[in-house]
Design a protein. Structure first.
Ligand SMILES: [Zn+2]
Ligand SMILES: [Zn+2]
Length: 290
């Protein structure tokens, strides 16, 4: 067990609910609906005790203030975003604990820029996301018509390993998301690539989220990461957290009951979530796996 886990438990709600969700968006990223309070209110309505605001941070690796308006907020918007989230944290205190996060892109060769940029803001946690492999967005469905899948898988998982090893993140987001629209990753290739990802996650001091956008994107029975990866993470004692990756307020807590069932299937105790200390001095909630 990582020493970031404190022993005082935070309650989960009954058998089929999770009282926290650390991955949410709102209109600033340009492709989500609603304002932050809409998401916080949805979290309260569903009985959550801790909720993380984590919109897409800016495209710090591209020139200009707002290089990708439909994908992420402007660089100049970050200050207002963090200020609003901090204000909501204070306003909602006593009703729900708001955590101020950011979903930060891992970009090869830009770790120092990312580190400098993250340190500029008083956030509680950073989600680390690999959204690009070989320069193309992993959710771009057309790529699979023209690219060799194995090369994409290798590049993506190598990036995930480097993102984990960077030590910059508190939560590693949607691992295996490259497989959203891809041809199936052959089991032999998964057996080659996945263990290094799980090792890097275990050494990173970060938690791994179970991201239920996997159910929405893939329409099947696997979240991100999939069961195969989850088993490797659990074997290594990686703490697991939950994120619905909501882009609409009604998606807050999406499929939490399925995650509870999945974790129980995989032998994880879902009744005793615990606090997890972030590298930024705050706390999140996780399910310990050891
Ligand atoms: Zn993402
Ligand atoms: Zn997201």
């Amino acid at each position: 067990m990582t020493d970031a886990i404190r022993t005082d438990a935070v309650a989960t709600m009954g058998e089929s609910k999770i009282a926290f969700d650390f991955h949410s968006h709102h209109r600033r990223c340009g492709h989500a609906q609603g304002e932050i309070p809409d998401y916080v209110e949805a979290a309260i309505a569903s009985g959550m005790t801790i909720f993380g605001v984590s919109d897409h941070g800016p495209a710090y690796w591209l020139p200009g203030d707002h290089a990708q308006p439909g994908t992420q907020m402007a660089i100049s918007e970050m200050g207002a975003y963090v200020a609003e989230a901090l204000e909501l944290k204070a306003r909602y205190a006593g009703r729900i604990e708001v955590r101020v996060g950011i979903e930060a892109d891992w970009i090869e060769g830009r770790a120092e820029d990312l580190k400098r940029w993250l340190n500029d803001y008083p956030i509680d946690y950073a989600l680390g996301s690999v959204h690009y492999a070989l320069g193309t967005n992993i959710f771009n469905q057309a790529r699979w018509q023209r690219e060799e899948p194995e090369a994409v898988f290798r590049a993506y998982y190598a990036s995930v390993v480097r993102a984990a090893r960077s030590g910059l993140f508190d939560i590693l987001s949607h691992l295996t998301a490259v497989e959203s629209y891809s041809p199936p990753l052959r089991p032999e290739l998964a057996a080659e690539l996945y263990p290094e990802v799980a090792d890097a996650a275990a050494e990173s001091g970060a938690a791994v989220e179970i991201n239920t956008s996997g159910y929405r994107k893939m329409g099947g029975d696997e979240p991100f990461p999939n069961r195969t990866m989850l088993r490797l993470l659990i074997e290594r004692g990686v703490p697991l957290t939950f994120g619905a990756d909501s882009h609409r307020p009604q998606e807050v807590g999406f499929a939490a009951n399925r995650v509870v069932a999945l974790l129980q299937e995989l032998g994880v105790d879902t009744q005793n979530a615990q606090f997890f200390r972030t590298k930024r001095g705050s706390t999140l909630s996780v399910f310990p796996t050891r």
